[in-house]
Design a protein around this ligand. Structure first.
Ligand code: NAD
Ligand code: SER
Length: 318
C-alpha cells in the first residue's frame, strides 16, 4: 500500500535527485513526489515545478499548491565548484536552506531531509571521523554544511521541526553524473573504463576517501526518514559509511573485469580538499539508532557499475 505523503524534492535534476525521485515514487507513488529544480529536465516528469530555491515566495507557493508534508532539500553547490566563488556558494547553500526551514515552519511541513557531507570534517581528523569529531571544514561547501547541521538542530530544538540529516560520503552512481565535487573522479573512472579509454585522475593514487554506492545511499536515506522519531539521537548530521578506497584501489578493482585498463595521475586543487577530509567514517551511532548496514563492497559495486554502464553505452550506440 502506498504511503500518503506529499514530498517535495528540491534539486531533483542532480546526481542524487534524479535517482531519489524515482526511488521515492516507488514508495510513495507517482503523485506523492513533486520534483523541482532550476530548469526543466530533458525528460520532464509529471509533477515537476521549476524553482529557484533562493526565492522563498516561489517555494511557499509550491508547498501550498501541492500540500507538501516532507521536503528533501538537495540543492547546493558542491566542494570543488564551490571554491571557484566562495561567497556565492555560501549565499546559495545557506539562503536556500533558510527558505526551506522557514517555509516548512510556516506551512506545517512535517519532515525535512538535509544532506550533509564528510566535508564538515577538516584537519583535526587524522584518519577516521567518529560521530562527535571536531568540525573544522576547509572548504566553503563544508562550512555551509556544518552551519546547516547546526541550524537543523536549532530548528528541531526551538520549533520541533523534524529534520533528519546524513553526512553522505562521495556517492557513486551509474544512473547520473556528479555535479562538481571532489569525489567525482570515482564515477568518471567507470565511464572511461567502459568506453575503453585511459583515465587521468585529479587525485594522487593513494588518496583514500569515504564513498558509498547510490543504492546504499538511497536505502540509508529512506531508512532514516522512516525511523521512529524517538530512535533519532542525532539532530545535526549522522555519520554514514559505505566503503573507503584510493584511486589506485578502484583502478585495481576495475582491472579485474576490464583487463588493460590504464590510469595516470595529475593532481590539481582538489587534492588539497581531499587531504582535508577523513579517510574513514565511523557510523556506529547510525547503525545503533536506525539499523544502518551497507550492502556494497568495492568489488560488488564495480561489477554492477560496469555491467550497467555497458548496457547504457550499447543503448546509446544503437
Ligand atoms: P548536484 O550538483 O548533482 O545537484 C544539485 C542540484 O541542485 C542541481 O540539479 C542544481 O540545478 C540544483 N540547484 C542548484 N541551485 C539551486 C537553486 N537555487 N534552486 C533549485 N535548485 C538548485 O548535487 P548532488 O550530488 O545531487 O547532491 C545533492 C545534495 O547532496 C547536495 O546538497 C550535496 O551537498 C549533498 N551531497 C552530495 C554528495 C555526492 O557525492 N553527490 C556527497 C555528500 C553530500
Ligand atoms: N561528494 C561531495 C563532494 O565531493 C562530498 O560532499 O563535494
Amino acid at each position: 500500500m502506498m504511503k500518503s505523503e506529499r514530498i517535495l524534492v528540491i534539486g531533483s535534476n542532480g546526481q542524487i535527485g534524479s535517482v531519489l525521485v524515482e526511488y521515492l515514487r516507488g514508495i510513495y507513488g507517482e503523485n506523492g513526489v513533486v520534483a523541482s529544480d532550476l530548469r526543466e529536465p530533458d525528460h520532464k516528469p509529471d509533477y515537476f515545478e521549476k524553482l529557484d530555491a533562493t526565492d522563498a515566495n516561489g517555494l511557499a507557493a509550491i508547498v501550498k499548491k501541492h500540500g507538501i508534508t516532507q521536503i528533501y532539500h538537495l540543492a547546493a553547490i558542491l566542494s570543488a565548484r564551490g571554491e571557484q566563488d566562495p561567497l556565492n556558494t555560501w549565499q546559495i547553500n545557506m539562503q536556500t536552506y533558510f527558505n526551506v526551514l522557514e517555509v516548512a515552519r510556516e506551512h506545517g511541513v512535517r519532515k525535512i531531509f538535509y544532506p550533509s557531507s564528510i566535508a564538515v570534517f577538516g584537519d583535526h581528523v587524522d584518519v577516521t571521523a567518529d560521530q562527535y569529531s571536531y568540525l573544522d571544514p576547509a572548504t566553503v561547501y563544508g562550512i555551509s554544511k556544518a552551519a546547516g547541521e547546526n541550524w537543523s538542530n536549532y530548528y528541531f530544538k526551538r520549533y520541533g521541526l523534524d529534520i533528519r540529516s546524513l553526512r553522505y560520503p562521495g556517492i557513486i552512481s551509474y544512473q547520473s553524473m556528479p555535479g562538481g565535487g571532489t569525489t567525482d573522479y570515482a564515477v568518471d573512472i567507470y565511464h572511461k573504463a567502459v568506453k575503453g579509454e585511459h583515465f587521468e585522475c585529479f587525485l594522487k593514487e593513494d588518496t583514500t576517501l569515504p564513498m558509498i554506492y547510490m543504492s546504499d545511499a538511497m536505502d540509508a536515506t529512506v531508512r532514516l526518514m522512516e525511523a521512529s522519531a524517538d530512535s533519532i539521537s542525532i539532530r545535526t548530521g549522522y555519520n554514514l559509511a559505505g566503503m573507503s578506497f584510493s584511486p589506485k584501489e578502484i583502478a585495481a578493482s576495475i582491472s579485474k573485469i576490464i583487463h588493460g585498463f590504464e590510469i595516470s595521475y595529475k593532481p590539481d586543487f582538489r587534492q588539497a580538499i581531499a587531504e582535508s577530509w577523513p579517510q574513514h567514517i565511523d557510523d556506529t551511532v547510525a547503525r545503533k539508532d536506525w539499523g544502518w548496514r551497507p550492502a556494497y563492497t568495492l568489488d560488488k559495486m564495480t561489477e554492477e557499475m560496469i555491467s550497467e554502464l555497458q548496457k547504457k553505452y550499447k543503448t546509446v550506440k544503437a
